[in-house]
Design a protein around this ligand. Sequence first.
Ligand code: C2E
Ligand code: CA
Ligand code: CA
Length: 396
Amino acid sequence: MSGAGLERFLVVDDETFMRSMIKRVLGALDYQNVQTAAHGREALEILDGGEIADVVLCDLNMPEMDGVEFLRHLAGRQFRGAIILVSGEDRRILMTAESLARVHELNVLGSISKPVTPEAIKVLLNGYAPAEAVPRRRAAPEFGIDDVRAALEANQFEPFFQPKVSTADRSVQGAEVLARWRHPEHGLVPPGLFIPLAEREGLIAPMTDQIFAKAMKAGSSWAMEGRKLKLSVNVSVDMLTDLAIAERLYRGAEEAGFDPANLMVEVTESRLMQDLASTLETLVRLRLRGIGLSIDDFGTGYSSMEQLKRVPFVELKIDRAFVFGAHKDADARAILESSVDLARRLELVTVAEGVEDEDDWNQVAAAGCEQVQGYYIARPMAADEFGDWLETYEDG
Ligand code: C2E
Ligand code: CA
Ligand code: CA
């Protein structure tokens, strides 16, 4: 792929008028190769169909899939193009969305408040650097669904564990289970490269089962050594419409010898609130079986107090966008503090994700967060390594 291009544009906006307006503005700047999509899903279809966009201009306020969720999907696909956010909302929401996108390691040029002017676009495009010039962590291998299917057969998916500790005394409260693919050639593959694919192609359930079974086995062996940890598993919203899932998780834990009362299910806020009607039954069933419910990536889904009250959550995890750098970003801090406040009123345990250094730690502790998860304490680790880590951490 040549890195020359600032040529291909994709405009995502639900308003026909805005789409043609932005297209005209780009045309006036001599950019003729402009595709448009009326919503996030259409834009993803265009990109999944092999079209390349050097720059995506994306409206934040769209029905169905809002701009924030769209960004998450772009991140999951390791999108390398540049992004310009457009919104009629006030500056603060744009800024927060911008920092969220950066946390996802997307290449954000900046944001524009409507109305969109040629000058505003021009200024942002001047900051454009082609993907090759943007440092990337690794050359991401491309996987297809057949690779995932083969990996399932070969039993290559496994759980990694990242500790959650108490802000009060740093004691270990539990761990989050994070999916990894131990690939014979590519080594450890992070979930962003296979979870969205598995979700799209209907393989997320068997993959989750494979990871879950191994996690329960590890959890029960730690319990036998006298370390009763809470384990949190990520469950895709797609799986919650399956009415048998609560029973399956409960049995899976029991059969492995892991106390289901120490099991927690994490569901992502933004996806959940869209599908609440079809998932509420499963959520209630999980609670009836004594399994905890945690609302994940909180702050990215704009849930209302009313919506939150309808779901029997026990824990709220604040997205790392509002933790990372909160000590120097007043907007992120405001969201962090209001999330903690909301959680307290709903009697939920608060967990801050993505605490990377002492400044972050002090900030979330001051905000009143009860637990912390992040590189500052430890990175996610394979089961053996996590067992060793526990021993040295508790000694030290
Ligand atoms: P998540 O549930 O929000 O998980 C937290 C992510 O933040 C993990 O990324 C973790 O490694 C990362 N993280 C933790 N501490 C820090 C920190 O201090 N700094 C930074 N920069 N990152 C930190 P990971 O493991 O790559 O997982 C990404 C996402 O993939 C997860 O986000 C979750 O949404 C999804 N995922 C992971 N495992 C599963 C799974 O088994 N099933 C499903 N459905 N989704 C999963
Ligand atoms: Ca999670
Ligand atoms: Ca999270």
